[in-house]
Design a protein around this ligand. Structure first.
Ligand SMILES: NC(=O)C1=CN([C@@H]2O[C@H](COP(=O)(O)OP(=O)(O)OC[C@H]3O[C@@H](n4cnc5c(N)ncnc54)[C@H](OP(=O)(O)O)[C@@H]3O)[C@@H](O)[C@H]2O)C=CC1
Ligand SMILES: O=C(CO)COP(=O)(O)O
Length: 356
C-alpha cells in the first residue's frame, strides 16, 4: 500500500481531513479566539511549542496595538511575554481562522455568538474546534460543542474541550498544571493534547466529551455557592460538606444526561471542582463571596472586571433540568439567590436540610 493511501487511512481514523493532517506535519497553525485571561494563558502555552504559529483574535483594538508593539496583553496577565515571531494578532476573526488547523474558542460563552459574528460553516470546515469555554450558551442552554455543531455543522468528533483544574494566573507563573482534553474521538483529543503539553503543563486526552463539559459548567455554580457561604461567615467545615455534596450533584446530573462509566474522582471532574471552589484565583468564588457579603448581582458584576460563567450557567442548568428533574439542591439554592432575589442567608439555612 502506497504512503499516500496509508496517510489517508490514518487521517480518516483521526477524524481529520487529509489535507489538514498533511499540513500538520509542517507548521501547525492554531487560531485562538478571545482576549481574556484564559486565552492569554493558552497563547502562552502554545508559544512553548516549536512549529506552531498562533493566529490570535481579540476584540479590543487597543489591546491588539499594545500586543503588536510591546508583546504583552495590557488587560490580562500582563506579565506574560508574547513573542511576535510565534504570534500573529488579527482584528478580523475570519483572518485568524484562515489556514488554521485548530481553532480554540476562549471567550465567555455569553459572548461567543458576538465574537463569531459573520462567520459561516465554511470557515470551520476541516478544522478541529477546541472549546476552552466552561459555560453554556444562554437562552439555547446548549454546551458550546453542541452549539458549534448546530450553528456551523462542526461534527462532534472534530471538537474537543480543554478542561481540568487550571487557573490562567498559575499558567502565567509557570506553576505545574494538568489539563484534560476531552472529545468523543480519543484520537482527535490526542492530536490536540500534544500542543497543550509543555514544561509546566501536562495535557491528557479523555473520551468523555459531555461528562467533562457539563462537569466544568457545574463546578462554577458550586464555586459560587462556596463563595456565598464564605461571605456569609460559614467555615471550612461547612464548605467541605457542600463540595462533597456538589460532587454527587454533578454526578447525578451528568449520568442522567449522558449515562456511561466515568471516574468522577479524577482531576477533570473532582480536581476542577476543588480548585474552583477553593482557589484565591476563582472568579466564580469571588463573585459568590460578594453576593454573600451583601452585594447585589449588578454591583458584583460591576466590581469584577472578569466574568463569572457560573452566573449564566445557573439559569441554563435550571432550564435544562426541567426536562430531567434531577435533584440539584445546590444549583437550585444559587438560582434562588441570583435570579429570585432570595436572601442568601435564608437560602443557605434551608440548604442545610438537603446536605448529607
Ligand atoms: N481564567 C481561567 O483561569 C479559566 C477560564 N476558563 C474559561 O475560559 C472562558 C473565557 O474566560 P476568561 O478568559 O477567563 O475571561 P476573562 O474574564 O478573563 O475575560 C473576559 C473576556 O470576555 C470579553 N468580553 C467581556 N464582555 C464582552 C462582551 N460584551 N462581548 C464580547 N466579549 C466580551 C473580554 O473582552 P474585553 O477585554 O475586550 O472586554 C475578555 O476577552 C470562560 O468560559 C472561562 O470559564 C477556563 C479555564 C480557566
Ligand atoms: O475553570 C477554572 C479553573 O479550572 C477557572 O475558574 P473561575 O472562572 O472561577 O476562575
Amino acid at each position: 500500500m502506497g504512503t499516500e493511501v496509508l496517510k489517508r487511512i490514518k487521517n480518516k481514523i483521526l477524524g481529520i481531513e487529509a489535507e489538514h493532517m498533511m499540513a500538520i506535519e509542517g507548521l501547525t497553525k492554531i487560531a485562538v479566539i478571545g482576549g481574556g485571561s484564559w486565552a492569554t494563558a493558552i497563547v502562552k502555552i502554545l508559544t512553548e511549542q516549536s512549529h506552531v504559529q498562533i493566529r490570535w483574535w481579540l476584540r479590543n483594538k487597543a489591546d491588539i496595538q499594545h500586543i503588536r508593539q510591546f508583546h504583552h496583553n495590557p488587560s490580562y496577565l500582563s506579565d506574560v511575554h508574547l513573542p511576535p515571531k510565534k504570534i500573529k494578532v488579527y482584528e478580523q476573526v475570519a483572518e485568524a481562522l484562515k489556514g488554521s488547523h485548530f481553532v480554540i474558542l476562549a471567550v465567555p460563552a455569553a459572548f461567543i455568538r458576538d465574537s463569531l459574528a459573520g462567520l459561516q460553516a465554511r470557515h470551520f470546515h476541516g478544522k478541529v474546534i477546541v472549546s476552552a469555554i466552561k459555560g453554556m450558551i444562554p437562552q439555547e442552554n446548549l454546551l458550546v460543542t453542541d452549539w458549534m455543531a448546530a450553528t456551523y455543522g462542526v461534527p462532534l468528533e472534530q471538537t474537543c474541550v480543554i478542561a481540568g483544574p487550571c487557573h490562567a494566573e498559575e499558567v502565567a507563573l509557570e506553576k505545574q498544571s494538568f489539563l484534560t482534553i476531552a472529545s468523543t474521538n480519543l484520537s482527535t483529543a490526542a492530536s490536540f493534547a500534544k500542543y497543550m503539553t509543555c514544561r509546566f503543563v501536562a495535557a491528557r486526552p479523555l473520551g468523555d466529551l459531555y461528562g467533562v463539559e457539563y462537569a466544568a459548567v457545574m463546578k462554577n455554580i458550586v464555586a459560587m455557592a462556596c463563595g456565598i457561604t464564605h461571605g456569609l461567615g460559614y467555615g471550612d467545615n461547612f464548605q467541605a460538606v457542600l463540595v462533597a455534596n456538589a460532587m454527587q450533584e454533578i454526578g447525578r446530573f451528568v449520568s442522567t444526561l449522558d449515562p456511561r462509566e466515568r471516574e468522577l474522582t479524577s482531576s477533570a471532574y473532582l480536581g476542577d471542582l476543588l480548585v474552583t471552589s477553593y482557589s484565591q484565583f476563582s472568579r466564580n468564588r469571588l463573585f459568590g463571596n460578594m453576593i454573600g457579603r451583601g452585594y447585589s448581582v449588578k454591583a458584583a458584576q460591576l466590581e469584577m472586571k472578569m466574568i463569572a460563567e457560573g452566573y449564566y450557567a445557573t439559569r441554563s442548568i435550571m432550564e435544562l433540568n426541567k426536562a430531567y428533574a434531577v435533584s440539584l439542591p445546590i444549583t437550585q439554592a444559587v438560582h434562588a439567590i441570583l435570579y429570585a432575589d432570595q436572601s442568601p442567608a435564608a437560602v443557605m439555612e434551608d440548604l442545610k436540610n438537603h446536605l448529607a
